[in-house]
Design a protein. Sequence first.
Length: 253
Amino acid sequence: MAREGYLLHAGEDTIHDPEAEKKVERERKTPHGKWENFWYYHKIPVLVAVCVLLVAGYMVWSAVRTVRPDYTVGMVTQQACPEEAADALQDAMAKYGKDLNGDGKVVVQISQYTLSPANGSSGAGTGDAQMDMAYRTKLMADVSAGTSILFLTDDASLRALEQEGQHLFAYRDGSTPKEDASDYDRMRVPLSQCPKLAGLSGTAAGAGGTKINLSGATNDLSLSLRIYYGSGIEGKEKDYYLASKALFQKLTS
């Protein structure tokens, strides 16, 4: 077929001319001719191989760039916490954690869930029913999978979750409350009482160059440990739960 390609535009006499055929054979033996012959027969496999290599390279590049958190902390509040304050909290908490995934660094990732009050009062929450439902769906997926063992909450959100029957939070000593327990203060440690986090202060540049008061943005938050035994995640990722519990104890003692 490659030979016919060289003779495609030749006339009838040229095709049967022995000298012309010898010339074509000589051209086929040149580097350019060999390349054309190779490309004619192998271009599809080569293109497929290049595509496979590009996809594989992209997957490796994405895996290298993807940050794998050692701890995920759920933040459930009625008002969104500024990203700069959440970043400062992540960094402060990471100082007391362990490298659980063996990548040589300790990373704490905060997942924010901004939920509107159950009574629908104005002035708080997301103000968007669809966004609120999206946050609640993500939170329930987190709870079901046991992604977050530690939670940062404001008082109203913790109470709302418990009163909705979620039964998520353990007492500060790690014990499990009764399902009808209402002593919520025993289920949370205000950040102001967490020696390792109480010193979070200063300002950070927010969107549009505005200054964020870090301590002011987090002074209504408390740290809680979710229950394990008797919950839907009992028997799953026990090492991760114990590591998260150890971090909770370090941050609150």
